[in-house]
Each structure stands twice: as C-alpha cells, then as structure tokens.
Ligand binder design. Structure first.
Ligand SMILES: *Cc1c(COP(=O)(O)O)cnc(C)c1O
Length: 355
C-alpha cells in the first residue's frame, strides 16, 4: 500500500511541510509491530534511541523526548534558570520571536535579553563573544534580571552556522561569566552536515550544556530530543515535561523513529540533501534578473529579495513561502525530500513571474 510521494507538490515555506522519511516511518511501524509496550518512555524503543544518542555524542548525557521545539527550548531553559534570571539571545532567535513567550512562561518569568542587531555577525543571526559580554556587563545591580544562560541557534534562523571555534569562544565567555550554554538545534543536523565536524565537537566538547536536538524538520513525524550534557541540569526534568503536557503516553512512537534517523547516519544524509537543494536553489534563483540573494546559504534555506509583483504572481501560482523573515527578504526552505525537479519548477515560474 505504499504510494510514490508526489515530488511536484512540494513547497519552500518550511522544512516542516515535508513528510516522514522512509527510515523513520520504518521504525515507527516496527514499534507498532512490537506488541504491547510500557507507556511513558519505559519501552525498548525509548531505551534504544536514548542509547543511540549517547553513542552519537560519545558521552553519558541525559535524553528526554518531547513533542516539539517550543517545548524543548522552553523546558530546557526553565531547567537552567530561576525566575529572576535572564537568557541572552539574538533578535532573530526562535525563542524570542516564535514561541509565544513559552520560555518566559515555563521559567516563571525569566527574561530574554536580546543582543545588539547591527554588527555583521548579528545581521547573520549570530551572537558573538562581544555581544554576550556587553549584555552581561551592562548591569550588575539587583534591579536587573541576572544573566544565566546564553542561547545559540545552530543552524541559525537566518540559515547561517556557528563554526566550532565560534561556539567555543562564546562558551568560554559564558563560563567566565558563570552562564550556561543552551543550543536550539531545530536544524542541528543541517549545521553538522555543513560543518563536517563530529556532533560532539560543536556541542559539549565546545562547552554546550543542553542541546535541543531537532528531529521533526529532519524527517520525523513529530518529536525533538532534549540532550543534557550537564546532567545536573536535568534534575526533575521529567516532572517539568509531564507538567507541561509533553510526556507522550505512547512515547515509543516519538522515540522509535529516531532509531531510523540515527542508524547509518540518516539524519546527516537527510540534512546534506536539504543543504544541497538549497545550494541548487541559491545558484538558480541568483541568476534570475531582479532577484537579490541576501546571503549565501550555509544550510537548507535561501534568503532572497523578490519584487512584490513577482511574489504575488508566485503565490497566485500556488507556491508557498514566507516573507519578511530577514529584514524584508523571502525565505525559501528546502527539506530532506526536496526534489531537484521542484527546485527547477520553482525557479522557472519565478523567472516568468519576474520577467
Ligand atoms: C522550527 C524551529 C523550532 C521548533 O518549533 P516548533 O514549531 O515548536 O516545533 C525551534 N527553533 C527553531 C530555530 C526553529 O526553526
């Protein structure tokens, strides 16, 4: 009963438009064929995927599965902060712009401290050691929420990537200032694929304490893993997950598909493919007259300025993508299954729409 996926009905709005990759689906079905299993994570699949994440990172980390990235970030940050603390992030950070105050809510009021937005790094969606230092040293009195966490998004919301050295440098400042380091890795796979480094090198070996390891945009049906490299921070985390309504009763259907992603490095293969399609899209879109690509893609997104009539014409043709993401730019996002045909069809329609 398997039907071929319709590769022409693909969109560039978000990598969450894509379906489930075959390997994740395989283990989802395997979990369903394994008979009755205990609920709430006491099953063989949750054990297995947790062990695989530990092997992947080559360290004894604590791993929790939640339904989505907002919960992963919000609960991770809540476990790192008291209510009077603050979290340093960029103005583009998903935790700042797209989580409806979830981090503040779940931490009972920890404030997000947004870094400056004018430096070249900031315009590419990145924090720098200087930006962190500026926020930490801005105030030291008790009338201001005490900085406690630096939150990095890897890959960033603007499709850029922190190098291992950049993460290390920020984590070094964080350590000196007694801050913890959180990484929003909704697109961690795309970043690791782009860097070509070992996943441990850009996380705990560089000083990251907690990683929200994204699975959904990489090909899972649902689910993100919260990975505590600093295991002291995960104390009572299970209670937070439960209280927040994020403890899946049939946990195995979140965790088993992770086996499919992790086995044979499918997560990296999926990410490399998405990144390569963004490269193809970038090159082709850049050749369309009147289109300005804002910055070269490092992962699976292309940011471009398109003339408004062309945007309207593309929407009228049924294409979906977001505007106003990077200072007026359109964001074109590729997924694990984006086909070259879909890229070419999009660019052909864009050329017509512009011309
Ligand atoms: C998609 C995304 C998330 C997770 O969003 P949910 O919709 O809550 O799953 C988190 N951070 C970034 C940078 C994202 O792009």
């Amino acid at each position: 009963m398997t039907r071929p996926v319709d590769t022409l009905r693909q969109q560039f709005a978000s990598d969450n438009y894509a379906g489930i990759c075959p390997e994740a689906l395989h283990w989802f079905l395997e979990a369903n064929h394994s008979g009755h299993q205990p609920g709430y994570g006491d099953d063989i699949w949750t054990q297995r995927s947790t062990d695989m994440i530990r092997e992947l990172f080559q360290t004894e980390c604590d791993v929790y599965f939640v339904f989505n990235g907002t919960a992963a970030n919000s609960l991770a940050l809540a476990s790192m902060c008291q209510s009077y603390h603050s979290v340093i992030c960029t103005p583009f950070a998903h935790i700042e712009t797209d989580e409806c105050g979830g981090p503040e809510f779940f931490s009972n009021g920890s404030k997000l401290l947004v870094a400056e937005s004018e430096s070249p790094a900031a315009r590419l969606g990145k924090l720098t050691p200087d930006a962190v230092e500026a926020l930490v040293t801005k105030r030291s009195d008790l009338h201001y929420p005490k900085p406690k966490v630096v939150s990095l998004t890897q890959a960033t919301e603007l499709g850029t990537v922190y190098t291992v050295e950049e993460v290390r440098a920020i984590a070094a400042i964080a350590k000196r200032r007694h801050l913890k380091v959180h990484m929003d890795g909704a697109r961690f796979a795309n970043a690791v694929a782009a860097l070509g480094c070992h996943p441990s090198d850009v996380t705990w070996r560089a000083g990251v304490d907690v990683l929200c390891f994204g699975g959904t945009k990489n090909g899972l049906p649902v689910g993100e893993a919260v990975v505590f490299f600093d295991r002291a921070l995960s104390e009572d985390f299970a209670y937070r997950v439960k209280q927040a309504g994020q403890l899946a009763s049939k946990m195995r259907f979140i965790s088993a598909p992770w086996v499919g992603l992790l086995e044979n490095d499918v997560w990296l293969r999926n990410a490399r493919h998405a990144n390569a399609m963004a490269q193809r899209l970038h090159e082709a879109v850049g050749r369309v007259p009147g289109v300005k690509v804002l910055h070269p893609p490092q992962v699976n997104s292309v940011f471009a300025q398109l003339p408004q009539p062309a945007i309207d014409a593309m929407y009228a043709k049924g294409w979906k993508f977001y505007q106003f993401i990077a200072g007026g730019g359109c964001r074109l996002m590729c997924a694990w299954d984006t086909s070259a045909e879909a890229v070419d069809a999009f660019v052909a329609d864009l050329a017509t729409a512009v011309g």
